[in-house]
Structures are given as structure tokens and as C-alpha cells.
Design a protein around this ligand. Structure first.
Ligand SMILES: NC(=O)C1=CN([C@@H]2O[C@H](COP(=O)(O)OP(=O)(O)OC[C@H]3O[C@@H](n4cnc5c(N)ncnc54)[C@H](O)[C@@H]3O)[C@@H](O)[C@H]2O)C=CC1
Ligand SMILES: O=C([O-])CC(=O)C(=O)O
Length: 339
């Protein structure tokens, strides 16, 4: 275990005045897979988040360097690096939020499901440790295929007797980030003002952006909506191909992961009306897990919001995605229960 305490003036100030226990509660966040392509920038972004008081960085290799590096940033949180399985328990103990970007990324020509064989086992092991060491933490699952890794996590927690459907989230924020960026470009509106819900899952056609609900309204022609939908669905592949064998989205994913974790922390801290899209246990459709807008609160999911009015094109997309999403969910459940 490697502990680096940022002794910034700001940090001391915070404690002396007692803010840490009053308006800004202590919150411990762990990043599992912290030395990876996503893990490193995500660790930095979480270090910048004033809602975090302790930041635990865990990986099977290379965490000491990442933790030493990030710890020099003069912000509130105390950074500790943990390396190897025998330090996983310490990394997790007392966590409020656990973010999981551990696992292998795609190479060109692969689908996210091609990662299942390696990542399913990694996620299963990490979730067993979460059930043991921080069963009450909110879990932000980034590892792909999210459509299967979230159901795997749920089954592991059920077996351990710790499952709380309000605390398990598949991180689909990058789909929303992309939809906002692409829409703003096409509609020629200020990207900072844009909102677009993205529902379904996190792979290919299971990613369903609802541009009919996008704001500010732009009345784009049907062809533009179709092109925007396809680009959002293929956003991950666009990056995989551009990186040409060197992995998938890491920087934009770290940004998206940091936005989602921040929303979870705000919810835990009682900030009202925190709403983000996420892949969660759901009754919005007949599928047991589904991404839609979720209101976050002191216990995690406060409310899973419905889909709202869909265009005919979106209704068609919704029906088309269901068989693939159903199969991916079942694959995850079967894996967790067989092995
Ligand atoms: N949900 C989403 O929107 C997105 C998900 N991803 C997924 O995130 C995952 C990570 O991607 P990258 O960071 O680019 O990969 P990477 O290979 O750069 O980093 C993965 C890290 O996980 C670590 N790791 C492997 N086994 C581990 C274990 N048992 N415990 C802890 N750490 C372990 C590795 O040592 C490595 O440092 C991939 O599965 C990728 O497909 C990537 C982009 C977007
Ligand atoms: O495409 C990938 O493999 C990584 C990912 O999930 C994304 O960028 O959305």
C-alpha cells in the first residue's frame, strides 16, 4: 500500500473549519484498473473532484507510480495506491463509490462482446471483493461488454446476499457525451446547452439516442437524425479504428466516467434532481436491465425514469435492439451462475 497525502493549505483549511463533516461529507472513491488507459485520466479527474476525500487507486500492476503522480495535485483528497489482489480489500474498505474500468479494450474488427471471455472473469472477481469489503458502495461499471458485465455483477452480489439494485450502474455516459457533441455540431447550437437522452444498452444498435427529445430543438431532417444515430452507435468503433490497435476510447471515457461518478456523489450528498442516463435494473421495458434516465439520491437510484414520447424511428430502434440486449444480459447471468 502506498499512501500519499496531499498536504495542501486548502485541505487543512477544510478540516480546521469542519467542512469535511458538514457541508462536504467525507467520501471514499476507488478506481479499479487505475493504471490503465481509462484509469489514469479518470484518477486525475477524480482527484480534481472536491467531493472526494479519499481516492483509492487499485490495479494488478503499476499503481504506485500513478498514485504518486496524481497525489501531488493540490486538491482535497488523500490518494492511496494499491497493487495486487492481496491489497484489494484495503482499497475497497469504506468506499462510497467504486468505479471499474478494469479489463481489456477492443482492437479493430472486434465487437464489445468479443471481450466477454476475459472481462467477465475480471469483473466477477472484483465484484466478489466488493460484496465482501464494501457491500454498500455504489458500483459504476465501465468494463465491457457493459450489457453483460452489469448482469454478472448483479448475480455475484445476489449470491453474496448483498445485491441492492439501487447501487449498481452500467456507465453509458459516453454515449450521452457523444450524442450531445454530434448533435451540437449538426444542429449548430451551443454544445454546453445540449441535452440528449440515450437509452437501451452500450453496444452497437443497443445504443439508442433519443434525438426527438434533444434540446435545444433543431427540427433536423430525418436523414440527419439517422446519420447522428448511427454515428452515436458507432462512436466507440470510430475511436477503436482511429487508434488502430492501440485500444479504445480512454480520454473521453475518463471524462464521462468522472461526470457519472460526480453525479453519484452529488446524489449521495443529497443534492436534489441529479439525473443521468445509466444501464440499471429496470421495469421500463420487459428486459431486466435497461439504460434510461435515472434520478440519483442518497441511496443510489431514487427513480428510474421512463422513455418519454418516441418518434416512429426510435420506436423501431427500440424493438430492434431488444433481442440483442436480451441475449447479452442472459449471457452475463448464465456466466455468473455457471462458473
Ligand atoms: N463503458 C464505456 O463506455 C467504455 C468502456 N470501456 C472499457 O473499459 C475497459 C478498460 O479499457 P482501457 O482502460 O482502455 O484498458 P487498458 O488495458 O488500458 O486498462 C485496463 C486496466 O485494467 C487492469 N486490470 C486487468 N485485470 C485487472 C484486475 N483483475 N483488477 C484490476 N485491474 C485489472 C490492467 O492492468 C489495466 O491497467 C475495457 O473493457 C473497455 O472496453 C472503454 C471505453 C468506454
Ligand atoms: O468501443 C469500445 O470498445 C469502447 C467503448 O465502449 C466506447 O468507446 O463506447
Amino acid at each position: 500500500m502506498f499512501r500519499y497525502v496531499a498536504r495542501s493549505a486548502a485541505g487543512k483549511h477544510l478540516h480546521r473549519r469542519g467542512y469535511a463533516t458538514e457541508s462536504v461529507p467525507d467520501r471514499k472513491v476507488a478506481v479499479l484498473g487505475a493504471a490503465g488507459g481509462i484509469g489514469q485520466p479518470l484518477a486525475l479527474l477524480m482527484k480534481l473532484n472536491p467531493l472526494v476525500s479519499r481516492l483509492a487507486l487499485y490495479d494488478i500492476a503499476n499503481t504506485p507510480g500513478v498514485a504518486a503522480d496524481v497525489s501531488h495535485v493540490n486538491t482535497r483528497s488523500e490518494v492511496t495506491g494499491y497493487v495486487g489482489e492481496d491489497q484489494l480489500g484495503q482499497a475497497l474498505e469504506g468506499c462510497d463509490v467504486v468505479i471499474i474500468p478494469a479489463g481489456v479494450p477492443r482492437k479493430p474488427g472486434m465487437t464489445r462482446d468479443d471481450l466477454f471471455n476475459i472481462n467477465a472473469g475480471i469483473v466477477k472477481g472484483l465484484c466478489a471483493a466488493i460484496a465482501k469489503y464494501c457491500p454498500n458502495a455504489l458500483v459504476n461499471m465501465i468494463s465491457n461488454p457493459v450489457n453483460s458485465t452489469v448482469p454478472i455483477a448483479a448475480e455475484v452480489f445476489k449470491k453474496a446476499g448483498t445485491y441492492d439494485e439501487k447501487k449498481l450502474f452500467g456507465v453509458t455516459t459516453l454515449d450521452v457525451v457523444r450524442a450531445k457533441t454530434f448533435y451540437a455540431g449538426k444542429a449548430k447550437v451551443n454544445v454546453a446547452d445540449v441535452n440528449v437522452p440515450v437509452v437501451g444498452g452500450h453496444a452497437g444498435i443497443t445504443i439508442l439516442p433519443l434525438f426527438s427529445q434533444a434540446t435545444p430543438k433543431a427540427n433536423l431532417p430525418e436523414d440527419d437524425i439517422k446519420a447522428l444515430t448511427k454515428r452515436t452507435q458507432d462512436g466507440g468503433t470510430e475511436v477503436v479504428e482511429a487508434k488502430a490497435g492501440k485500444g479504445s476510447a480512454t480520454l473521453s471515457m475518463a471524462y464521462a466516467g468522472a461526470i457519472f461518478a460526480d453525479a453519484c456523489l452529488k446524489g449521495l450528498n443529497g443534492v436534489p434532481n441529479v439525473v443521468e442516463c445509466s444501464f440499471v435494473q429496470s421495469t421500463v421495458t420487459e428486459l431486466p436491465f435497461f439504460a434510461s434516465k435515472v434520478r440519483l439520491g442518497k441511496n443510489g437510484v431514487e427513480e428510474v425514469l421512463g422513455l418519454g414520447p418516441l418518434s416512429d424511428y426510435e420506436k423501431e430502434g427500440l424493438e430492434k435492439l431488444k433481442p440483442e440486449l436480451k441475449a447479452s444480459i442472459e449471457k452475463g447471468i448464465n456466466f455468473a451462475n455457471q462458473s
